[in-house]
Design a protein around this ligand. Structure first.
Ligand code: HEC
Length: 122
């Protein structure tokens, strides 16, 4: 009897964890994860994009930059000028940079526009 109950509890936990597996779809990670930035902040959407497309290689430093000012201070973003921002200049497929972005999930034009709008409005 006891064993059956334990099994049911185990099975219930297993089932309930299915719907919350936010790492199973790489590109959906930012939608579910608590990224520590208020959804209304101009950095929110850009951060989710960077998290999904760049953090696989760059997370160790970049995941700590939770305000736009920190991206500027780090030298990755030039406030008000997307075109000369290191973030853009290094992207091989978009501006002749040397850095290899994830070939399995390049930035979409919508994502590039989001980054551009964020930086140009700083
Ligand atoms: C597959 C791994 C990988 C991914 C994914 C990746 N990068 Fe990089 N990135 C690198 C490597 C390696 C370097 C350093 C070598 C170089 O600059 O040629 C680099 C360097 C950079 C630099 C220069 C950093 C500095 O401080 O000088 C920037 C900016 C950059 N990447 C932006 C991005 C952006 C934006 C994304 C997401 C769209 C991204 N990277 C995704 C591997 C990656």
């Amino acid at each position: 009897m006891m064993k059956k109950k334990l099994f049911i509890i185990f099975f219930a936990i297993l089932l309930s964890s299915c719907g919350q597996d936010y790492n199973s779809n790489y590109n959906d990670r930012g939608t579910y994860a608590d990224i520590g930035i208020p959804p209304g902040d101009p950095l929110y959407t850009p951060y989710v994009i960077l998290q999904n497309k760049c953090f696989s290689c760059h997370s160790s430093e970049w995941q700590n930059y939770k305000t736009s000012a920190q991206w500027v201070t780090a030298g990755l973003v030039t406030a008000g000028n997307y075109n000369i921002s290191k973030l853009k200049v290094n992207l091989k497929n978009y501006s002749g940079g040397t850095m290899p972005p994830d070939p399995t999930s390049p930035l979409t034009s919508t994502e590039l526009d989001t980054l551009k709008t964020w930086i140009n409005n700083l």
